[in-house]
Design a protein around this ligand. Structure first.
Ligand code: FE
Length: 234
């Protein structure tokens, strides 16, 4: 299978993590400040999602991960590493929250960036063929993704895994728990209760169906092709 070379940056990270130079106390420091992306649609315009849920999810939860990621990185730079301790230490707790908030930012940006379509997969596209090769059919992939979403307390994520060159639906119970090193997330489905309870109550399956019906598979396919060139397929 021939794949296009990757772009310079992932689309969902573009402009989100540019270097920012801040002047503190008269001294110009090279600091990295993560910036929250604007919500990519009109609030409430996604299929099955209300304006209230979108606003809370983006403005409070997502923006909160970005803000805390910056705060944690700043505090780590001044933290006493000499007191690092596995039972309890300020350094250790900051390191745990470093990956939690970083992964929370990354996954939420991917969650929204792949929406805006009709949920239909082009079976003749490179990703359509790869999904059929791995799962037997798109419907089989969807059944596996829905089951993964029902079983998770955090995320169900379609990934391209370079360790075996295959597609997987991975389950992550938290932003930073369950990830497989090196695997590229292609489509991230948020099943934390904050994502759907306001609109669906406990009916997670109905929310998952609404999300998947809004996926733009052309965007997911472009992301797949950009990364697949590195790994090939077994
Ligand atoms: Fe969320």
């Amino acid at each position: 299978m021939a794949f296009a070379p990757p772009g310079r940056r992932d689309t969902f990270l573009t402009a989100a993590n540019e270097l920012d130079y801040r002047t503190l106390g008269g001294e110009k420091l090279m600091a990295f400040e993560h910036k929250a992306k604007a919500f990519p649609f009109a609030y409430g315009s996604q299929k099955g999602m209300s304006e209230t849920t979108d606003k809370r999810h983006h403005d409070t939860h997502y923006a909160g991960y970005v803000a805390k990621r910056n705060e944690v990185e700043q505090k780590l730079s001044a933290c006493d590493r000499g007191k690092a301790n596995a039972n309890f230490s300020e350094f250790g707790e900051l390191k745990r929250k470093e990956t939690f908030n970083a992964s929370g930012q990354i996954l939420h940006e991917l969650y929204w960036d792949m929406l805006g379509g009709d949920g239909a997969m082009d079976a003749t596209s490179p990703l359509g063929k790869a999904i059929a090769e791995e799962f037997g059919s798109f419907d089989n992939w969807k059944a596996d993704m829905v089951a993964t979403a029902k079983a998770s307390t955090g995320w169900a994520i379609l990934c391209l895994d370079p360790s075996d060159g295959r597609l997987h639906n991975y389950l992550c119970d938290s932003h930073n728990i369950g990830a497989v090193w090196g695997a590229i997330p292609l489509l991230a489905l948020d099943v934390f209760e904050h994502a759907y309870y306001g609109d669906y109550g406990p009916d997670r399956a109905k929310y998952v169906e609404a999300y998947l019906s809004d996926v733009d598979w052309k965007k997911v396919g472009a992301r797949f092709s950009a990364h697949a060139v590195h790994f090939g397929k077994k």
